[in-house]
Design a protein around this ligand. Structure first.
Ligand code: G6P
Length: 485
């Protein structure tokens, strides 16, 4: 139960919370920080905001923690925040999260369906959709129960698109915001969804007072889908889009999320990062340049094409052989889905092929690590000569913003023009079409050739742009906009 004496003023709802739990052999629980851009952004809220963060239990460890804590987790596990973990029935969760959210909505917004990867809207989708509704209802009910009169509720991402409308019907007194951390699909692609689901998702989000996105491009795509699918009217006022449907107007805002410079700079100089840096430098070898990438093993991150581009660099510019190493961290993600397991295997296979084809006794062309290790990621960020961030589509991509902030000697960013971050960093990055392997290989060669002074200057400008809207300000700006509207 929420402490009666401290009534929440702000509630945040997201599928993934700030911690996840593992059960040790002796039955004890160990807490670990959650991954992904959404958690990085929201973790900056800080205990002083008097927020309650409602999230789902994601595995057996989480379920056990939720049961033991009767929902509200111990503050020492959560960085001081009040976090309520919902124990959603395992089958409902699997169908809502793996089925609808990650296999359908994620694929649509990132435009990942390409033959032979196609949507299957058959009988199982009807079951999964019912689970998605049940899962969203569980969140709406928990929020309705925990919220004080007139509280502000910030609902996050594609897992919870139905919550704003459901919550409004339960608690019309609340100020409700929805934030999308993903891109939003163009209307022609979005219409691939079954008609009922396509309309329900849009109506659900429009239940908010304000729907916000990471860039103007995604906000406009959302408004275009509302016009196209629902026949909503789109206008603008005070620099924001407005979508009017069924007699209500929803404001559509934009808040680009930046990197947390203070946190990163402090964290990147702790002893564990120095240790990982020493190990990595030994793996790379004295005097060699590095092309670094750090991602979840995620289809939209385009890791395999990045490897092909690196192979092309070694083929077309043999002078770089023995002199450069591709440091690629691809951390496991969504392994319940076969397509992610296959992609993970493909990443390892292609990296192995490159090492077999080009490697020599003293040189491993690709250093691939697949175990999640934040300290090692920071060590790699610091030593990167070139950072490769080439997603097919990405809501923002915080790696592109984090690398320049902690870089030791400056680094050149090769960045997909389809990442939200390109809107903020485009002027000082080398932008690429993520599908174009040859162009990406040329961009890597150009990046390696940038002289040290130009690189240092470029990195300073990138770091300034990357930190323009730190997570805390990003969060507060949304709160202010919601309270004022
Ligand atoms: C993206 C999504 C987040 C999600 C994260 C990690 O950043 O926008 O909502 O939490 O990926 O994915 P996962 O499925 O592991 O939560």
């Amino acid at each position: 139960m929420v402490a009666e004496s401290r009534v929440p003023q702000v509630l945040v709802a997201s599928n993934r919370g700030p911690v996840s739990y593992a059960i040790a052999e002796d039955g004890s629980l160990t807490a670990k920080r959650g991954g992904g851009g959404l958690v990085s952004g929201l973790s900056a809220i800080g205990p002083e905001a008097n927020a309650v963060w409602v999230c789902a239990a994601l595995g057996e460890g989480d379920r056990e923690a939720a049961r033991r804590a009767d929902g509200l987790l111990p503050r020492e596990d959560t960085g001081g925040q009040r976090v309520r973990m919902l124990d959603i029935p395992a089958e409902t969760f699997a169908d809502a999260y793996n089925g609808v959210a990650n296999s359908v909505l994620w694929f649509v917004h990132h435009m990942l369906y390409q033959t032979p990867l196609e949507p299957a809207f058959d009988a199982s989708f009807a079951r999964q959709w019912a689970a998605y509704e049940a899962y969203n209802t569980a969140f709406a009910r928990a929020l309705a129960r925990d919220a004080e009169e007139g509280a502000v509720v910030l609902v996050q991402d594609y897992h919870l698109t139905l919550v704003p409308e459901l919550l409004r019907s339960l608690r019309p007194d609340l100020r409700i915001g929805h934030f999308s951390h993903t891109p939003w699909a163009p209307a022609d692609y979005y219409r691939m969804l079954p008609d009922d689901a396509a309309a329900a998702v849009l109506r659900g989000v429009l239940g908010a007072d304000r729907a916000a996105f990471l860039t103007r491009r995604w906000a406009e795509a959302f408004a275009a889908c509302c016009a196209d699918v629902l026949g909503a009217t789109v206008g603008s006022a005070d620099g924001e889009l407005r979508v009017t449907h069924a007699g209500r107007t929803t404001r559509v805002g934009v808040h680009g999320l930046g990197a947390d410079a203070d946190f990163l700079r402090e964290r990147a100089h702790r002893p564990d990062v120095e240790e990982r840096g020493a190990v990595l430098r030994a793996q790379v070898g004295e005097g060699r340049r590095t092309i670094v990438r750090v991602d979840r093993t995620e289809l939209s991150k385009n890791i395999v094409r990045g490897l092909h581009a690196y192979r092309r660099l070694l083929t077309d510019h043999p002078g770089w052989r023995e002199r450069v190493v591709h440091v690629a961290f691809a951390y496991p993600s969504r392994q319940d889905l076969a397509v992610y397991r296959d992609y993970t295997a493909e990443v390892a296979r292609v990296a192995g092929e490159i090492n077999d084809a080009f490697g020599t006794v003293g040189w491993t062309p690709v250093v691939l690590h697949v175990e999640d290790d934040f300290a090692r990621s920071l060590a790699a960020y610091r030593m990167a000569d070139v950072a490769l961030v080439n997603p097919i589509r990405d809501g923002m991509n915080l790696v592109a913003k984090e690398v320049p902030v902690v870089s030791d000697d400056g680094c050149v960013l090769v960045l997909s023009r389809e990442a939200g971050a390109a809107a903020d960093l485009g002027e000082d990055a080398i932008l690429v079409n993520p599908y174009d392997v040859a162009a990406t290989a040329r961009a890597l060669a150009d990046a390696l050739a940038v002289p040290p002074e130009a690189r240092a200057e470029g990195t300073k400008r990138l770091a300034a742009a990357a930190t323009a809207l730190p997570p805390r300000d990003w969060f507060l700006a949304q709160l202010t906009a919601l309270r004022e509207g």
